[in-house]
Design a binder for this molecule. Structure first.
Ligand SMILES: C=Cc1c2[nH]c(c1C)Cc1[nH]c(c(CCC(=O)O)c1C)Cc1[nH]c(c(C)c1CCC(=O)O)Cc1[nH]c(c(C)c1C=C)C2
Length: 553
């Protein structure tokens, strides 16, 4: 989408002070210090879905800090957005907060739940791949024939289809999607492979089929071509164009080429005081800029993309040279003009469903929560046969937060940070997602019963021996918790309603239609966030912010 550059001393509105809006404001304030930036946020805090809940355990001199991540918690090591985040934190003198996990760290072991064999390690080498196939019971004649026949199956149509339909077409069986791919999708968008789009979620697989007639033949051809291309890739090729411009105009000392090589060693990055440290640091910086203004608890009732105007609940209207929004499809539909020019956009927005996630953080001072033989990042749950009986608890996955924390080291010094105590364990359970769209959302008390059942079913916790302390985090202002003993289990829960958009079949068309209509109308609107931004991850939001700021420059 082409965007007009902002006139001298112009005005830009940023709707949403999540990581998307903050990043855009950060880059734009650096590129165009003359531009006035008004940030409108409906809550009284910044960060959006990134929320590191800071609790205090014990009292007086015995007080210890306990952080529960309520949303994203780690960043992929290798991605343009992560390079930007690391460099911004360095610029803001927060580099000491950055921690990394090495490839060989125990925390980098990932697991998947198998219907018959329990928690199994996800393969990280060719050898462990075959071990996994055998152990998981996936290695059956259906899959073997499916893989052998794949190179010879007819190429399908270029149009969009569901992930399930694509895999079934290519392999003649649903065994891979039911047992593996669905688990990965649960861990990324909490969505169902029966509806998620292959063109959006796995564009490279579809491309391999279209270009080479087969995924396997395409992979072999690509591997052969990249072998021939030799090892030494030019440093510039490691750094996308937008990042080269970032280095040129914003951070000349960033050395992103070197940083990109060094970050390849780390599959995961986190911040020692919680991921909210990133939006909080950017906010701290922006709040000091004369031309940047934050408007909290703002209530927007109308947005006109052609006029560049925003109307508020108190009937006041403000006009801007550009508006960037990270609002959800539902909110956007409500505030767009009521004229027929927006009918097609509204139909596209209505085609994008959202899912809710019941997120449960659990802490105990004893190390009992994580199974002895399964230390690592956590485990994901596949949809298996897809009916309610195969996953009656509607569990999507479990993250072993304390393993990640205990195995991370400070990026610059490789030192470990002090922990709340050595023996503690902390995990996060994620439940619901697409299942909540098919079945209704259980009450909190029903969900907590399910959580206790899950602790006993998968994590060998004898729930009768423990005292449970429950916190409905959204309703509690007091963040102080008394001293916890070895027999206490603290459970803090939140229902994140409609938190993740689903990139279902037709999503790319819905996005193109919307952007096309807005372009024809000469609109002054651009998108951040997960609706029509660059993707669902935190690094995607930051690189999208940079791309837009460069266009508005
Ligand atoms: C709050 C729930 C979220 C779920 N997925 C995301 C969020 C914010 C976004 C997301 N998670 C991952 C990716 C891919 C890698 C990346 O781009 O960073 C994305 C886009 C991987 C991932 N999945 C889980 C974790 C902890 C991570 C690492 C990144 C992060 O901290 O978010 C676990 C997990 N996430 C979700 C579920 C249901 C789940 C299950 C255990 C939904």
């Amino acid at each position: 989408m082409s965007l007009a550059s902002i006139p001298s001393n112009g005005k830009v509105a940023v709707i949403g002070a999540g990581v998307s809006g903050l990043s855009l404001a950060y880059f734009l304030s650096k590129l165009r210090p003359d531009v006035n930036i008004e940030i409108f946020e409906k809550e009284s805090r910044v960060g959006g879905w990134i929320k590191s809940e800071n609790l205090q355990i014990g009292s007086g001199s015995q007080t210890q800090k306990l952080i529960f991540e309520k949303g994203p918690r780690t960043l992929r090591g290798v991605s343009p957005g992560t390079l930007l985040i690391v460099d911004i934190l360095k610029q803001l003198n927060k580099a000491a907060e950055i921690e990394v996990i090495t490839k060989t760290s125990p925390a980098n072991k990932k697991y998947i739940l198998s219907e018959s064999r329990g928690i199994l390690q996800v393969p990280d080498s060719i050898g462990s791949f075959f071990k996994f196939l055998f152990n998981s019971g996936l290695f059956n004649s259906q899959l073997v024939f499916g893989i052998l026949k794949e190179p010879f199956r007819k190429k399908g149509p270029a149009g969009d289809e569901s992930i399930d339909s694509f895999f079934l077409r290519r392999f003649g069986t649903g065994v891979l999607t039911n047992n593996v791919v669905s688990a990965v999708m649960h861990g990324i968008v909490a969505g169902d492979t029966a509806h998620l789009s292959i063109n959006t979620m796995f564009p490279k697989l579809k491309q391999l089929e279209q270009e080479h007639g087969s995924i396997i033949r395409g992979m072999v051809a690509r591997a052969w071509a990249s072998r021939k291309k030799a090892q030494e890739v030019l440093a510039d090729e490691n750094v996308p164009k937008a990042l080269q411009l970032y280095e040129k105009y914003i951070s000349p000392e960033a050395h992103l080429d070197k940083m990109s090589i060094s970050l390849k060693k780390y599959p995961m990055i986190r911040l020692n005081d919680g991921l909210e440290g990133f939006p909080a640091s950017v906010y701290e910086y922006l709040a000091q800029q004369k031309k940047v203004n934050f408007n909290f608890n703002s209530d927007i009732v109308a947005l006109d993309p052609e006029k560049g105007s925003i109307t508020f609940k108190n009937s006041s209207t403000a006009v801007f040279d550009h508006i960037n929004t990270s609002t959800s499809a539902n909110v956007l539909t409500k505030i767009l003009p009521k004229t027929s020019a927006y009918d097609e956009v509204k139909r596209s927005l209505a085609s994008i469903p959202y899912v809710s996630v019941f997120l449960v953080n659990i802490y105990t001072p004893s190390g009992k929560l994580i199974p002895k033989n399964n230390h690592g990042f956590g485990f994901l749950v596949p949809k298996l046969s897809g009916n309610i009986d195969s996953n009656p608890d509607l569990l999507l996955g479990v993250i072993f937060d304390s393993d990640v924390e205990k195995n991370s080291v400070q990026m610059s010094t490789f030192a470990t940070s002090p922990h709340i105590n050595e023996g503690y364990s902390k995990i996060t359970l994620m439940m619901g997602g697409h299942y909540y769209n098919d079945f209704s959302i259980p009450s909190n008390s029903r969900n907590l019963k399910i959580v206790k059942g899950l602790l006993s079913k998968y994590l060998d916790i004898d729930i009768d021996n423990y005292n449970f302390i429950l916190r409905d985090e959204a309703t509690l202002d007091d963040k102080k918790i008394g001293l916890l003993t070895e027999n206490d289990i603290l459970i803090s829960y939140n229902l994140h309603e409609k938190c993740i958009p689903q990139y279902t079949v037709g999503y790319n068309e819905a996005k193109e239609t919307t952007l096309g209509v807005l372009e024809k109308l000469n609109s002054k609107l651009s998108f951040g966030g997960t609706l029509f931004g660059a993707g669902i991850g935190v690094p995607d939001a930051v690189s999208n912010g940079l791309e837009i700021a460069l266009k508005l420059k």
